[in-house]
Design a protein. Structure first.
Length: 107
């Protein structure tokens, strides 16, 4: 019975820390780049795009498709960086807790 109470206490503590981490993640930003840094996208921890920078050399009529591809690539790069930061912080938070392998947090 002591084990169950200890586990419940740890679960409540983890829930509190997880909520705090989610609030912190909203303030984190990551940049994704493509085309040799010609396109830069900035995302926040929620995956919302906060900035877009496009080098003037890409503004040519016949390069519209290339520019579109570079924006998508930069966005995906930034999103992967945000996900890596979130995974690292979640791992730090759940260290030592008996969480089944493959279970992703937050739920």
């Amino acid at each position: 019975m002591k084990d169950l109470m200890g586990m419940m206490s740890k679960a409540r503590e983890m829930q509190s820390k997880l909520q705090e981490m989610q609030e912190q993640m909203a303030t984190i930003e990551a940049e994704g780049k493509s085309g040799g840094d010609l396109v830069t996208v900035t995302l926040n921890g929620k995956g919302e795009m906060r900035g877009l920078s496009i080098d003037a050399s890409l503004f040519k009529e016949d390069d519209v498709e290339v520019l579109e591809d570079l924006v998508i690539t930069a966005h995906n790069d930034a999103k992967q960086r945000i996900e890596a930061i979130m995974q690292e912080k979640t791992s730090e938070l759940t260290a030592g807790l008996p969480i089944p392998p493959g279970m992703k947090l937050p739920f």
